[in-house]
Design a protein around this ligand. Structure first.
Ligand code: CTP
Length: 399
């Protein structure tokens, strides 16, 4: 299963680094190539010579190594692999990853990669339990980073508890699972997400409260099932999923153009909260108040309905087109009409009345409407909704 796979292995500075030497051996025994990266702190625990001897290739250590840049730049290094593994992932490396730092080779590679990342945390039990580490872990998991361990047990520092790095064979199993092809392998799925911003003038715009959380969670769940994702996002609060092709847009018109450009696709999921109107002739310079008490008047033009346009295409219509219906009244009735009016296959309806706390919150309460009628799902967090929807999509596309 690992034969022919290329693993970029980042070895952090912890006592568990000695186990990474065995990990390299186990991976190579199974036919994988290992490209090792050693942090400065990692060098205090294992030598570059032993790492490179076991890996059978040079060990990368420095961000500003001109020879390496001439041979293979850090961007390329981070993308040539099938999977990036961080073992041991120290508290410091996890903090850097969660904070988006790029101040050495390891952290820069982790920021630049477009591949999945698996971390094997290892640290003292108190450091693991520390709220900062747990906060960073939650951020990393939310970003789609995979984890293995840590295990509970006696630690090198004499304490007992969770913090021991997983054993090399456990990490090998996690690597195999991360590289396993899911049911959506070979399928291209387009996801729109977030709000759009419609300019009034160069400094002002009209926006909405969408955070992009549900769209990001859906894209992540589909990535986990092996799909290739084009993620077209407006200016959202949530960071886009690792491993997707991300296209950032501002306006509805840009989102529409990017969507057409991304076709053909096997499925398209429109989770974006697209502004229905844009300001006609947005001003090229800042609108000033002139002191006369006369207020500016804005006139609006309707934006393209991206979902409806794609659902009604005759040539490149994706076989499965899914819309969302954010409603405040008569949810099922309005969403059922919306499904017919827009011509999509499924519509995911939800009640976004302020008292539900759904818009901008972490939970969602949805009804899936298909040609079989409405199907009420229990209230669950947005990640669980995403997983359930991704499973349904996989069933539909592989039936
Ligand atoms: N949508 C879209 N392009 C637009 C407007 C909406 O692609 N210009 C998509 C959304 O991504 C969502 C679905 O259409 O999947 C429904 O969006 P919603 O805002 O609920 O519907 P509206 O078209 O605005 O209809 P209404 O004004 O009746 O609520």
């Amino acid at each position: 299963m690992l034969a022919g796979k290329d693993i970029l292995l980042i070895i952090g500075g912890g006592i568990a680094a000695f186990k990474s030497l065995d990990l390299i051996r186990r991976l190579r025994e199974r036919g994988a190539a290992v490209t090792p990266v050693l942090t400065r702190a990692g060098e205090e625990f294992v030598t570059p010579l032993s790492v490179s001897a076991l890996a059978g290739q040079k060990v990368y250590r420095d961000l500003f190594d001109l020879t390496d840049e001439a041979e293979m730049g850090h961007i390329e290094l981070s993308r040539a692999a099938d999977l990036v593994v961080v073992a041991p992932a120290t508290a410091d490396l996890m903090a850097k990853m969660a904070g988006g730092h790029a101040n050495d080779l390891a952290s820069t590679l982790l920021m630049a990669t477009d591949k999945r990342v698996l971390i094997a945390p290892a640290m003292n039990v108190r450091m693991w339990d520390h709220p900062a580490t747990q906060r960073n872990l939650a951020t990393l998991t939310g970003d789609g980073i995979l984890t293995v361990g840590p295990n509970k047990g006696d630690m090198a520092c004499g304490e007992y508890g969770p913090g021991r790095m997983s054993e090399p064979l456990e990490i090998v199993t996690a690597i195999e699972a991360a590289l396993t092809d899911g049911p959506l392998k070979g399928k291209h799925i387009l996801v729109t997400s977030g709000p759009t911003h419609e300019p009034i003038d160069p400094v002002r715009y009209i926006a909405n409260r969408s955070s992009g959380a549900q769209g990001t969670a859906i894209a992540r769940a589909l990535l986990t099932l092996g799909a290739r994702i084009t993620f077209i996002t407006g200016p959202a609060d949530t960071s886009p999923p690792t491993g997707a092709q991300v296209i950032r847009v501002e306006t509805a018109q840009q989102m529409y153009d990017a969507t057409l450009n991304a076709l053909p696709a096997d499925a398209a999921i429109f989770t974006a909260a697209v502004a229905d109107w844009r300001v006609t002739d947005a001003s090229a310079s800042k609108i000033k108040k002139d002191g006369s008490g006369t207020l500016p008047t804005l006139s609006f033009t309707e934006n393209p309905d991206i979902l409806a346009k794609v659902a009604q295409m005759t040539d490149t219509r994706p076989p499965l087109v899914i819309g969302f219906a954010a409603e405040t009244d008569n949810v099922i009735e309005n969403a059922t009409t919306k499904r017919q009016r827009k011509g999509c296959d499924w519509i995911v309806a939800n009640d976004v009345s302020p008292e539900t706390g759904i818009m901008g919150g972490s939970e969602n309460d949805v009804t899936l409407i298909t040609d079989q009628g409405p199907e009420d799902w229990p209230r669950m967090d947005k990640t669980a909704v995403a997983r359930k929807l991704a499973d349904r999509i996989a069933q539909a596309l592989t039936a």
